[in-house]
Design a protein around this ligand. Structure first.
Ligand code: ADP
Ligand code: MG
Length: 730
């Protein structure tokens, strides 16, 4: 095995292939997706129209039409060199799953031919027992089905020696319970659409037929050299460094964020972008992030369902391309202690089928009243359901960001910016007796500027910020599937819109329409304003203030996840027909179970690294120091050698402190082992709470002494690549 220094020497010699001039992106964007345009050219007009109706109104196509599309899709895929297909889905574990089947069938005469039928396209049956169902499916009924989601186009993935047609699907149990993250998202889109259409009708906008949410997910990540990565089993097994002393230089100088992007990294980014474009992911910006060797990709926003599929696909592409460049792409939320972690901001808005963004203020007072009604619905929704929104970002990895001293805090709040805050205040306090056009304008409501983004005053610390025409939810971890948070946002907003409609309709009996709306807005702002906060969300003051306001602040993931099963959530999700009680329970159990497993793996990996890599090196150094000390003491008997006072004590002190660190490492390790044994016999909830409150802190105790050893041990005895190498040598 090569040593750290061999690896360091070899890094500069990684050769990058010279790139020829690339064709324009427009000439190959989506070349590997079976788009509607491609389909239109390959199937009959009736079939294509039927397919469009399925996409837009949920009217399912006939089996004959499915056969025709399947046939076209197969021909297209084969013409691109694909040999097999897979139903691509998103199980509740957060990864994507695929089971590949070949296109070939055997004819009666024993001849092999390619065939793909409508029934195979529409429905698949993966070995469902290997995916967690959270108790939805008893083991005797292990069957689960994947069903084609026509709203997301099929695409081809390629490796050097093979191409595969991937068909985006939902994953359901045999009685229709959602076993994945995509079906709830689709259901939440329906809920949002229904409620928003009702609201638009109430505001006399009758020509809209469809409303959907849009999303652009900014994806942060770290890049490190792959050779170092392979030398650290903590990174390979858990995604994060479990030990590692801080580098003298970290992110203090902030020189990375504004610096130019290194050539090696740019090559990687260009390669990722090219792969992403081929499968139709509209990657738009790429830049450095705050921490050393931390970067970000952001796509142009799309319909949320597509954005969610594309983000899963992008993460996959990022990891695969990294290998080609001898790099490792780290998507863990906190790969390095003491250095910023990686998040994923989801930019969320609502659009109608005319292409209007409903979070854009309008041109007339009436349109602005609608805009404010939607805005206030969102404020109400986030206030009432901040617990489930927080839970949607809960995971073992993200726990190092939320609630630790890092962006954003575990307390959910909304930032509106100066202009909108003023208007909301006016709404709350404005005297509303009647609200004719002139009164609306007097309240400032008629005068909303088109461009609301307050560039001078952007609050980067807020978990849920209005950033002009969209909200940015910043609590998600870099590794997470965005479907869950979008599902929650869609659902709580749909429910809040229903509430607004009901209240406005009740008030309409006694007031004219505008006055009724203004009165409801004022009322709802009063009820929900505790969620609005314009200050620094990382400050100690905010923690105290939020507590006064009664806002939940739950750093522990296991505790945060409980929001999935409380009565308020269950009623909400059942009312909006997004998730049933059983489905919510399943999610709670699965995500808790994953949390427990992650911490358990981390603790065991830490113990192994310490026992097999840290302690052996520390013992040899201890021996070296001990024999040195002995020789030193002997030499001091020689009167011809003049030794300064204190020199012997100094050597002794060094030995003592080294010995103490070794002792404490071992003592804490034994304690950790004991805690893990205790945890093993606990029930799931108790175990996860125990892992959070006892095991994680104990791992930190071990780490503290290991890191202290790292800072005194000779460089050549230290086996694990150090922070300064991981973060600055690539
Ligand atoms: P910022 O500077 O606030 O990060 P950008 O305009 O650069 O804003 O956009 C950041 C992300 O927000 C991009 O991924 C972009 O596609 C997305 N975005 C912009 N408008 C919308 C919208 N209406 N709905 C959803 N996402 C959007
Ligand atoms: Mg942003």
């Amino acid at each position: 095995m090569s040593s750290r220094s061999d690896v360091t020497q070899s890094i500069d010699t990684v050769k990058v292939k010279k790139v020829e001039t690339k064709p324009p992106v427009s000439s190959y964007f989506g070349i590997n997706t079976f788009s509607n345009e491609t389909m239109r050219d390959m199937v009959s007009e009736e079939t294509f129209e039927a397919f469009k109706r399925w996409q837009e109104c949920g009217e399912i196509i006939s089996m004959q039409q499915a056969d025709e599309i399947a046939h076209a899709m197969k021909d297209w895929a084969i013409s691109k060199g694909a040999t097999s297909y897979t139903h691509w889905f998103q199980p509740m574990t957060g990864l994507t799953a695929e089971k590949h089947d070949s296109f070939i069938t055997m004819t009666e005469s024993g001849k092999v031919m390619e065939k793909f039928t409508g029934s195979k396209l529409i429905q698949g049956e993966p070995d469902a027992s290997s995916f967690p169902s959270g108790g939805i499916r008893a083991t005797f009924e292990a069957r689960g089905y994947t069903a084609w989601d026509p709203s997301s186009p099929a695409f081809i993935t390629e490796v050097e020696l093979g191409k595969t047609l991937c068909i985006p699907t939902i994953f359901i149990s045999h009685n229709g319970d959602a076993l994945d993250k995509k079906l709830p998202l689709l259901r939440s889109e329906d809920a949002l659409c229904k409620s928003a259409l009702k609201l638009l009708k109430l505001f006399n906008q009758k020509d809209v037929n469809n409303v959907y949410s849009t999303c652009g997910a900014e994806q942060e990540y770290f890049l490190i050299d792959r050779a170092y990565y392979k030398m650290r089993s903590d990174l390979m097994l858990t995604g994060r460094t479990l030990v590692g002393a801080s580098s003298p230089k970290g992110q203090q100088l902030e020189d990375q964020y504004f610096g130019s992007i290194k050539e090696r990294v740019l090559n990687y980014m260009a390669d990722v972008a090219e792969e992403a474009y081929k499968v139709g992911i509209p990657v738009y910006t790429r830049h450095n992030e705050v921490a050393p060797h931390q970067f970000e990709f952001a796509p142009i926003f799309e319909k949320s369902n597509l954005a969610a599929d594309n983000n899963q696909l992008l993460m996959d592409v990022m990891k695969k391309v990294a290998q080609r460049h001898n790099l490792a792409c780290l998507l863990h939320e906190k790969p390095f202690a003491g250095v910023n972690g990686s998040g994923k901001h989801i930019n969320w808005s609502i659009a109608d089928d005319k292409g209007n963004n409903l979070l854009n203020p309008g041109e007339t007072p009436e349109e602005n009243l609608l805009f404010l009604t939607i805005l206030v619905s969102i404020i109400y929704a986030v206030h009432k359901h901040s617990d489930i929104l927080r839970a949607s970002a809960a995971s073992a990895g993200n726990e190092h960001r939320l609630g630790a001293n890092e962006a954003p805090p575990a307390i959910v709040s909304i930032f509106l910016g100066e202009q909108l805050s003023k208007i909301i205040n006016m709404l709350e306090n404005g005297k509303i007796e009647k609200a004719k056009k002139q009164d609306i304008i007097d309240l400032g409501v008629g005068l909303l500027p088109q461009f609301m983004r307050d560039t001078t005053d952007r609050n980067r610390t807020s978990p849920f910020a209005f950033t002009g025409q969209k909200f940015e939810f910043r609590a998600l971890g870099s590794n997470m599937n965005i479907s869950t948070s979008i599902t929650v946002i869609n659902t709580i907003v749909a429910d809040a819109m229903d509430m607004m409609i009901e209240r406005i309709e009740a008030k309409k009996e006694n007031y004219d329409f505008s006055t009724a709306v203004m009165k409801v807005l004022s009322e709802v702002v009063k009820e929900s304003k505790a969620i609005l906060y314009e200050g620094n969300n990382y400050s100690e003051e905010w923690v105290i203030e939020a507590q006064k306001r009664g806002l939940p602040n739950i750093p522990s993931s296991p505790q945060a996840l409980k929001a999935y099963i409380n009565t308020k959530t269950v009623e909400l999700f059942e009312r909006q027909k997004v998730l049933s009680k059983i489905e919510l329970n399943a999610r709670y159990t699965i995500w808790l179970d994953i949390y427990g497993k992650v911490i358990d793996i981390e603790a065991k990996t830490l113990m192994e690294i310490v026992k097999t890599q840290i302690l052996p090196a520390a013992y040899s150094y201890q021996n070296e120091i001990a024999s040195g000390l002995e020789i030193f003491r002997d030499l001091m008997d020689d009167t011809s050698i003049q030794v300064v006072n204190g020199a012997l004590d100094d050597r002794k002190e060094m030995f003592e402190s080294l010995t103490a660190d070794i002792y404490y490492v071992r003592r804490n390790l034994k304690e950790l082992d004991m805690l893990l044994k205790k945890a093993e016999i606990m029930g799931l909830e108790q175990r996860c709470d125990f892992l959070f409150s006892e095991v994680l802190p104990q791992m930190e105790h071990v780490r503290k002494h290991v890191d202290s050893l790292e800072s005194v041990m000779p460089d050549d005895l230290w086996v694990l690549p150090k922070y300064r190498e991981l973060l600055f040598n690539a």
